[in-house]
Design a binder for this molecule. Structure first.
Ligand code: ADP
Ligand code: MG
Length: 559
């Protein structure tokens, strides 16, 4: 049987597409600028093999002009342009991408920077425009053509005049309706902001006529409005620059420009990965805890770029929860994007990048700990609790990654120490890593239970965060040493003969102990003689896994 071709109602298809792919209207500018950048890239790649063609970087730019009176927004570029056939094929056929074809033809020439691939971005212009007019003159052609469309109804093409090679796209911006506002797309400041947000790292200048108020010549208090051409984008992404050319200040400026935070970042991490997955990243470890950090409102994530174009503001999949404090961005050519370039289709590459990033953050924190202890202390004050949550979360799956980064206040050192430092100081006869839980260091210091352990000269870690003991229970051991609460029944230090003595005491005082237990009426399971007390007459101790402090927290938790 002869196969029949699918037919599509292209008018409906276009309408559907225009209104359903993109979640934000402002995206149209990103799409048109990306196309213009691709068009310039194509001349650049042609010049690589065509000796007759010289690529002077200064001659290539993109210009955005808003005309409020006529409600038009014009984007012109000095790119490769389109012939009449190309206008028909690339703008007249939905999902046809001249750029994808170009990339395939020129694979050998490494056409990696070309952004386009789906052949739909152009139509996003109809989200904000009633009429779109494209005037284009192709490289090597004497003729120019005008393509014009009102969207779903089709398009017209006719010859026209254009002096130089390139493309000029004019959008007749829609009128405001009760529900929808379009005026913003004619406002200088708004256009500038959109360009900055999505297209800051397009490699060619994006110019705009900008009005600014300047003092009149020869006068101090008279002002006049002047039109000035300005380049809006920064062009060279800092992450593509060589690390050796960048100073700490450059990174700090980037941090502020990007509004990652208002503090001074403690550390930056610049990654240029060239292995199984190619990507660049600049990450920061902030100094201060953001005000909403330990709340539900806080959203983790890194900015995600594909070829220098912003795809996602906060890509959560790039960071594990325990490193959620990290700020920064990732740029990769290797991502599979979906058609709106908003979401990722397959996440294999993303997973690889995330794993890679996790390891880099871990080793940076380790080197901070090793080489800049003061900085690490600051970091730990701000985000240490998150690491402890990380040990506890996911059934302890990540404890190996995190255990060396943990710190607790030490009874002997009077400061935060790592588990490694603790273990290295353990006495020869010391079996356990001792800890005591309480509200504050001062409170713990007064606990009668700490006396015997401290008397032996053993160090005690003070647990003042609710999560501490839970995290440690998840860890179970560190370097083969088990953790032991000073309030647990068996401390592993009472000598045998002392045990004997307490048994004797036990027998001698049986009546008294029974009487006391009776008075406490079920609040304790047992009253017994203890050898761990020195200056205090009595203390509470527990049997089994759950300590008094944990019990308090568990009781306080909502069911
Ligand atoms: P994509 O960029 O994904 O290919 P678009 O719908 O954005 O899809 O654009 C379709 C095609 O139209 C592009 O692949 C390109 O061939 C052509 N095109 C669009 N804008 C321009 C431009 N400013 N200069 C030259 N060609 C362009
Ligand atoms: Mg495009």
């Amino acid at each position: 049987m002869a196969k029949k071709e699918f037919k599509a109602e292209s008018k409906r298809l276009l309408e559907m597409m225009i209104n359903s792919i993109y979640t934000q209207r402002e995206i149209f500018l990103r799409e048109l600028i990306s196309n213009a950048s691709d068009a310039i890239d194509k001349i650049y790649y042609k010049a690589l093999t065509d000796n007759g063609l010289v690529f002077n970087k200064e001659d290539y730019y993109i210009k955005v002009t808003a005309d409020k009176a006529n409600r038009t927004l014009t984007l012109s570029d000095t790119g490769i342009g389109m012939t009449k056939e190309e206008l028909e094929n690339n703008l007249g056929v939905i999902a046809k991408s001249g750029s994808l074809a170009f990339k395939k033809e020129n694979e050998a020439k490494d056409g990696h920077n070309i952004i386009g691939q789906f052949g739909v971005g152009f139509y996003s212009a109809f989200m904000v425009a009633d009429v779109v007019t494209v005037i284009s003159k192709a490289l090597g052609s004497d003729e120019a053509y005008k393509w014009e469309s009102e969207g779903a109804d089709g398009y017209t093409i006719e010859p026209c005049e254009k002096a130089s090679v390139g493309t000029e796209i004019t959008l007749q911006i829609k009128a405001n309706t009760e529900d929808d506002q379009y005026d913003e797309f004619l406002e200088e400041y708004r256009l500038k902001a959109i360009i900055k947000k999505y297209s800051d790292f397009i490699r060619y200048p994006i110019k705009m006529e900008v009005t600014s108020r300047k003092p009149k010549e020869g006068s101090e208090n008279e002002f006049e409005e002047v039109q000035e051409e300005q380049t809006v984008n920064s062009m060279v992404p800092i992450w593509r620059k060589n690390k050796n050319e960048l100073t700490a200040e450059d990174y700090e400026n980037f941090y502020y420009e990007k509004r990652y935070g208002f503090d001074k970042p403690l550390k930056h991490i610049h990654i240029s990965a060239d292995g199984a997955v190619v990507y660049n990243a600049i990450l920061f470890i902030p100094e201060n805890t953001p005000y909403d950090y330990y709340t539900r409102e806080f959203e983790k994530g890194l900015e995600l770029y594909s070829n220098g174009v912003l795809i996602m503001d906060k890509c959560a999949d790039l960071l594990p929860d325990y490193f959620s404090f990290v700020k920064g961005m990732v740029d990769s050519e290797d991502l599979s994007l979906n058609i709106s370039r908003e979401l990722l289709q397959h996440d294999r590459q993303l997973k690889l990048i995330a794993k890679n990033i996790k390891n880099k953050i871990k080793s940076q924190l380790q080197s901070l700990l090793k080489d800049e202890r003061e900085g690490y202390d600051k970091f730990y004050q701000a985000f240490g609790r998150q690491l402890k949550y990380g040990v506890y979360a996911d059934y302890g799956m990540n404890k190996e990654d995190l255990q060396d980064l943990l710190m607790f206040y030490s009874s002997t050192e009077k400061k935060l120490v790592t588990l490694d430092e603790y273990v290295s100081r353990m006495k020869e006869d010391q079996k356990y890593i001792y800890y005591a839980s309480g509200e504050s260091n001062a409170r713990i210091e007064k606990l009668p239970q700490t006396e015997l352990v401290a008397d032996k000269g053993y160090e005690i870690l003070y647990f003042t965060d609710e999560i501490d003991e839970f995290a440690i229970k998840m860890l179970m051991k560190y370097k083969e040493k088990e953790f032991k609460s000073v309030s647990s029944g068996d401390l592993g230090i009472e000598a045998e003969d002392k045990d004997q003595a307490s048994e004797n005491d036990e027998a001698a005082n049986k009546e008294l102990f029974d009487y006391m237990a009776g008075l406490l009426n079920g609040k304790v399971t047992k009253v017994k003689a203890s050898k761990r007390l020195k200056s205090h007459p009595v203390c509470l101790s527990t049997e089994g896994e759950v300590t008094i402090e944990m019990e308090k927290i568990l009781k306080a938790m909502p069911n």
